[in-house]
Design a protein around this ligand. Structure first.
Ligand code: ZN
Length: 158
């Protein structure tokens, strides 16, 4: 899945990462919200950002149909992956699911994202926040300066 960030930059979610997230799509009423962190790379030759993998729900998370509280376990998992990948894997943002076809962020989400952008350590100017709905995935970004917007998905033609 490819999303346009700026004229020169794209966000690329590799199929494996999309599958990891979509496995938790809340297609049944009993499915609780799920989430985790995005891990990947800032490409040097282009300006693209690639999400290679994500962390998935942990026992220490608190999950219900309409809420998801990420535990600290995701940070330590991200750190472990970062060490295994000889420090090439970057923290790129946070994902979670919503029990709606076409997801939109809640006030709680906006607060959570604002905290991540101001408190977390990351490269560059912004973090990415995909929400996985039952029919589609949407991605928002929030920058250090507080610019908030949704990214447009690029659909391959032909
Ligand atoms: Zn949400």
């Amino acid at each position: 899945m490819v999303f346009r960030v700026t004229e020169r930059q794209r966000l690329i979610l590799v199929p494996g990462a999309v599958e990891q997230m979509q496995a938790y799509a809340q297609r049944r009423w009993r499915n609780a919200e799920a989430g985790g962190v995005l891990l990947g790379r800032h490409l040097l030759d282009s300006h693209d950002v690639v999400v290679d993998e994500v962390t998935t729900p942990q026992d220490s998370d608190r999950r219900s149909r309409f809420s998801f509280f990420r535990s600290r376990r995701h940070e330590s998992l991200a750190r472990e992956r970062w060490q295994i990948q000889s420090s090439t894997m970057a923290y790129l943002g946070l994902w979670h699911t919503h029990p709606e076809a076409d997801p939109t962020p809640s006030g709680v989400d906006r607060n959570d994202w604002a905290q991540a952008v101001s408190r977390d350590a990351y490269e560059g100017d912004l973090l990415f926040f995909p929400i996985v709905g039952t029919r589609c995935v949407r991605v928002w970004t929030l920058s250090r300066r507080g610019t908030f917007r949704e990214l447009k998905r690029e659909v391959k033609r032909g």
